[in-house]
Design a protein around this ligand. Structure first.
Ligand code: ARG
Length: 457
């Protein structure tokens, strides 16, 4: 019988026991649950609520349970609903009725979120470390590709020449923001829920500051009703996962396009492609597609949690039990997404020649020409834009790239222009000139890489 069964005269309906138990999911919290129970027990003793002997007995029993679970010798039972009840029940088996003191002045309502907050703190560190590994890989590839020239796109049309490193480092900025987004949640995760009990606090003379210190929180939560109802920290986590997944998805989409037979800017190696069951020639970028598709789950999890909370009165309701399944799913997904992303970063090659040739297509230095006309002919930008458009039209009509144009023809459009402008069409020069802070100039990229490396230390 579960311990809460004292006043319930009939055995729980089988279907509900099957459907309503959460042990298969929340057993992932066993370490945190035992850590929390030990801190609580020590506090009860310090406050003279339980005796020295009972404290030791409980802590000994809990340590034995931890050992059993970690050695896979623990028998989880759906009958006891969740991780808290499974552990408490086992404690009764091991130390007898004194186990009944462990739940003095607390409830599963504060216990479960204390466990979950501790778990999320560790997971936040794990994700941060994983993101750092992606950032390091990107920096390494960037260092080798500072001088790799490719077209930058807007609307997926060739726009302006850029360094491939500059493109890659855009993702360093994104992942840095992701890290901050995960870390922003630390303030809430550092508030200790333990001692809020069911919803109103407790009449026992507990010391919440003591458990706060023991469990490495920074302060106790301020309102017991809010504490057991609050899942904002879950939403913040799910949101951070969603944005990070979205960044990875954008990367995936772009790499799928660049790896396509139409673009051929990069080539995925055989470690990260799959074959077709009917078309022998195929090498498909499945892992990238998987990353892109999985983003939907991350968003779904965020929406699930927001929906569970919408209209839920204070304080605890069973609705909230699903938070853990949602959090674990999102965590596992983002963890594996980052690991897969890292595999992709390690297993592709850059088609530098094709990138360069492609950057020559589509008049990508047209803006440079307009800028030159502004500077050297002292013409307003809008007028320079028109002159440049005429030159592009002429080149397009004659099926010529900028660098294939004859200065005589250009002079027909704008007599004040001379040979000097042929320099403008050089892709490398164009990139070199983008020295504004954050721009694609090679020098800027070198400085940025230095800065990112320093930040990682
Ligand atoms: N397994 C429960 C959950 O995760 C623990 C809290 C149960 N509290 C209760 N009043 N039934 O939400």
């Amino acid at each position: 019988m579960p311990v809460w069964n004292a006043r319930i005269s009939k055995k729980s309906s089988n279907v509900f026991q099957k459907f309503g138990n959460s042990i298969d999911i929340d057993k992932r919290l066993y370490k945190e649950d035992i850590q929390v129970s030990i801190a609580h027990t020590e506090m009860l003793f310090k406050q003279k609520i339980i005796s020295f002997k009972i404290k030791n007995k409980i802590i000994w029993g809990l340590s034995k349970i931890k050992n059993e679970i970690s050695k896979k010798k623990f028998n989880f039972n759906t009958k006891y609903e969740d991780i808290h009840m499974n552990i408490e029940n086992r404690l009764f088996e091991i130390i007898g009725d004194d186990a009944g003191f462990v739940h003095t002045g607390r409830s599963r309502n504060d216990q479960v979120i204390t466990d979950l907050k501790l778990w999320l703190k560790n997971s936040t560190t794990e994700i941060n470390n994983l993101l750092n590994s992606s950032i390091k890989l990107i920096i390494k590839i960037s260092e080798a590709n500072i001088q790799t020239i490719m077209p930058g796109f807007t609307h997926l049309k060739n726009a302006q020449p850029i360094s491939f490193a500059h493109y890659l480092l855009a993702y360093v900025e994104m992942f840095k923001r992701d890290k901050s987004r995960f870390n922003n949640n630390i303030i809430s995760l550092n508030e200790n829920p333990l001692g809020s009990a069911a919803l109103s606090g407790t009449s026992f003379n507990i010391d919440r500051v003591y458990t706060t210190k023991k469990l490495n929180f920074s302060k106790p939560t301020g309102n017991s009703i809010d504490t057991v109802s609050d899942r904002d920290f879950v939403i913040d986590f799910l949101y951070a996962v969603s944005v990070c997944a979205m960044h990875i998805s954008r990367f995936a989409e772009e790499f799928i396009i660049w790896n396509s037979d139409a673009f051929k800017l990069i080539k995925l190696n055989d470690k990260i492609v799959t074959g077709s069951s009917i078309m022998p020639q195929k090498k498909n970028p499945d892992p990238l597609e998987f990353l892109r598709g999985k983003t939907g789950n991350a968003y779904g999890n965020l929406i699930s949690m927001l929906t569970i909370l919408k209209g839920l009165p204070l304080s605890y309701f069973k609705d909230l039990q699903d938070d853990k399944e949602i959090v674990f799913k999102s965590f596992d997904q983002i963890k594996y997404s980052i690991l897969i992303l890292n595999e992709i970063l390690k297993n592709f090659s850059v088609n530098k020649k094709r990138m360069y040739e492609f950057a020559q297509e589509g008049y990508t230095t047209a803006t440079d020409l307009a800028d030159y006309i502004v500077r050297d002919l002292n013409v307003p930008f809008r007028k320079a834009y028109k002159i440049t458009s005429k030159i592009v039209n002429y080149a397009e009509k004659n099926k010529k790239r900028f660098d294939e144009l004859d200065i005589k023809d250009i002079k027909k459009i704008e007599p004040k222009l001379n040979e000097e402008i042929l320099n403008i069409f050089d892709l490398k020069k164009s990139i070199k000139s983008k020295i504004s802070y954050g721009g694609t100039a090679f020098e800027n990229i070198r400085k940025m890489i230095k800065k990112y490396k320093k930040e990682l230390k």
